[in-house]
Design a protein around this ligand. Structure first.
Ligand code: AMP
Length: 191
């Protein structure tokens, strides 16, 4: 089983790449953002609890996303591997994921960082906000807040996985297919 994190700033193309990788390699896609939006759509107690947090572009608690991930991994025992998208976003989340995967006998293999300039992220997020009606991508202040949250809370996980020798970065400023080709080259030796 191959467990991989797709990371990068909001707007770097994580969700788009994840979908292409699922088609090509057959992994299970676990996006905490999608799970949380699903709860909000259902109007569940969890959805009600997190709705305003997502709208502001802040992070929900580590405990909430860690248990969402753990439940979804357990629910897919036959998976060829998991693509973690938008998770982990803090160091405690990364440590919890490492522990959890270690216990399953399939430790994390790789973190793939999608690299792209902030200006491109901003442009992509604002366009998506209009198309998908996402409140967290609707205006420039909220988008900048999401990017600032990323730099403050998520960037430290890069060093965490560099130290473990599990980090690669790819250029995500061009087309999704271009990004996928680079990722496929990196995965060749381990697939
Ligand atoms: P995303 O779709 O990954 O951009 O996530 C949308 C929003 O969901 C984020 O801005 C956060 O409010 C929340 N969220 C998603 N994943 C996490 C996470 N791993 N930790 C905390 N909050 C998260």
């Amino acid at each position: 089983m191959l467990n991989i994190i797709i990371a990068g700033p909001p707007g770097s193309g994580k969700g788009t790449l994840a979908k292409l990788m699922i088609d090509k390699f057959g992994f299970v896609h676990l996006s905490t953002g999608d799970m949380l939006r699903n709860e909000i759509g259902l109007g569940s107690p969890l959805g009600k609890e997190v709705e305003s947090i997502l709208a502001r572009g802040d992070l929900v608690s580590d405990q909430i996303v860690i248990s969402l991930i753990a439940n979804n991994v357990k629910a897919n025992p036959g998976a060829r591997g998991f693509l973690f998208d938008g998770f982990p976003r803090t160091l405690p989340q990364a440590e919890a994921l490492d522990d959890f995967l270690e216990k399953t006998g399939h430790p994390l293999k790789l973190m793939i960082q999608l690299e792209v300039d902030d200006a491109v992220c901003e442009m992509r997020l604002l366009r998506r906000g209009g198309i998908e009606n996402r409140p967290d991508d609707m205006d420039v202040e909220r988008v900048r807040h999401r990017l600032a949250t990323y730099y403050a809370q998520t960037v430290p996980i890069i060093d965490h996985y560099k130290k473990q020798g599990k980090f690669i970065a790819v250029d995500s400023s061009k087309t999704p297919e271009y990004t996928l080709n680079q990722v496929s080259e990196c995965l060749k030796p381990i697939l």
